[in-house]
Design a protein around this ligand. Structure first.
Ligand SMILES: [Zn+2]
Ligand SMILES: [Zn+2]
Length: 429
């Protein structure tokens, strides 16, 4: 028996129904907010993610799945294929691909801002654990071409709407500003001064972050490190005039949009091109994987990927986390109302009459199934009940002789003989 690869999942029909509800809600709400969906390839040139996600990130150094054709694998073995230049990678996230498509298709030549939404599978070779899989679905939006703080507030409001309308109450919406290249150096200096006598006690990752990107130390997941850096300086005390104004405007717009939020100076985004707004939405009942959505402003990213200097703000939302959270609050399903018909024929002639009826019902938009397992009358009625059908339609010798069908209404347990035309008339009422 061949089993699915580690960290991958099957979704069975009952799960897919819940997933489709989330997808439909995301698409519906993002359209309401003026976003239009974009689709992009399942794999891209590896270089895109090195530049778009960051060459030193765990995602790029450890977690990406490379894609190689059988022919290129042979070339690679013979030393004739440059993985670095020609290599392809399954997308580990959505933003880099959206940016690449935006630039490649010159969408920046259209009216700005450009508001794009996306949804799809991403792949990362992480250690599988609760709520974390190697293929995961992400919803996201990007607003490109405006640095107005309203755009930041608007996507936060959209993310909150998607989560709340998915039935998840009590979320924490945490916002912060990570400053800009003007004000960040001063903060980094203050942070390094504060950390100078602590850094040797921090974890290995933090020690290497100290010179390159001390901001990431604030984000360290090692509890002991969090204890040691308590009371650290925070970016929002060092914002320049422009960043400070932007952060205030963001809060005013969130108030105006009716979004409840808290300022959390520990929300940081590691990469250089992230500026000003950073935010995260959490649900405390999800344990260690409490973050459902994260996002922020990335005014340097489009340019970093070879496009014009265009600002942007976006979020990515983990569908699996949203589904896990929604599952916690899903009311126990009431038995849905009976609907559709189950057709039971005894003998080939009877069956052909029912096939004709089935075609007519389907054309009329009715749910209908034909009994195809030669069940006895009793077993067939049991199946009709299991399928939650409203009507069981029976044709045996007696019915054939009278040129009629027997219709049992399973919601009232009544049975009547009628013509096909009479039945069609009844279901179409
Ligand atoms: Zn600034
Ligand atoms: Zn650490």
């Amino acid at each position: 028996m061949i089993q699915k690869p580690k960290g991958m999942r099957d979704f069975l029909p009952e799960e897919v129904e819940h997933i489709r509800q989330l997808e439909d809600r995301f698409i519906h709400l993002s359209q309401l907010y003026g976003f239009r969906e974009i689709r992009y390839p399942m794999f891209e040139k590896t270089e895109l993610f090195e530049r778009g996600v960051g060459e030193t990130t765990d995602i790029v150094t450890k977690e990406m799945f490379r894609v190689i054709s059988a022919a290129n694998l042979e070339k690679y073995k013979a030393g004739e294929y440059d993985l670095r230049k020609e290599g392809l990678t399954l997308r580990p996230e959505g933003t880099a691909s959206v940016m690449r498509s935006f630039i490649e298709n010159k969408l920046y030549a259209r009216a700005m801002p450009m508001k794009l939404s996306y949804m799809g599978s991403n792949f990362r070779n992480e250690r599988p654990q609760a709520g974390r899989f190697r293929e995961f679905t992400q919803f996201g939006v990007e607003t490109l071409g405006s640095d107005d703080a309203f755009c930041d507030a608007e996507i936060i409001a959209l993310a909150v709407d998607v989560i709340l309308q998915s039935g998840v109450p009590q979320i924490d919406t945490l916002i912060n500003s990570v400053g800009c290249p003007v004000c960040r150096p001063k903060f980094h200096d203050a942070l390094r001064t504060f950390l100078a006598d602590k850094v040797e006690h921090l974890c290995g990752d933090c020690q290497s972050r100290f010179e390159k990107n001390p901001l990431r130390i604030i984000d360290c997941k090692v509890p002991a490190d969090q204890q040691r850096i308590k009371g650290h300086p925070v970016m929002i005390d060092y914002l320049c005039e422009e960043c400070d104004q932007h952060f205030r405007s963001l809060q005013h717009y969130l108030d105006g949009l009716g979004v409840a939020y808290e300022i959390d100076p520990n929300i940081v985004r590691g990469l250089d091109y992230y500026v000003k707004t950073a935010f995260e939405i959490k649900h405390d009942k999800l344990g260690a994987q409490s973050s459902i959505c994260g996002g922020g402003r990335y005014d340097g990213l489009v340019q970093n990927l070879g496009g014009p200097d265009i600002p942007g703000v976006g979020f990515g939302m983990g569908m699996d986390r949203l589904l896990m959270a929604a599952d916690l609050y899903r009311p126990t399903a009431e038995t849905p109302e009976r609907q559709g018909s189950y057709l039971i024929g005894f003998g080939e002639t009877a069956k052909l009459i029912l096939v004709d009826l089935l075609a007519k019902l389907r054309r009329a938009g009715q749910t209908v199934e034909l009994e195809v397992n030669q069940r006895s009358m009793k077993a067939a009625m049991k199946q009709a009940d299991r399928m939650n059908a409203r009507y069981a339609v029976i044709v045996g010798e007696d019915e054939l002789a009278q040129n009629k069908i027997a219709v049992r209404d399973l919601s009232s347990s009544t049975q009547q003989l009628m013509t096909v035309a009479e039945f069609l008339h009844r279901v179409e009422e």
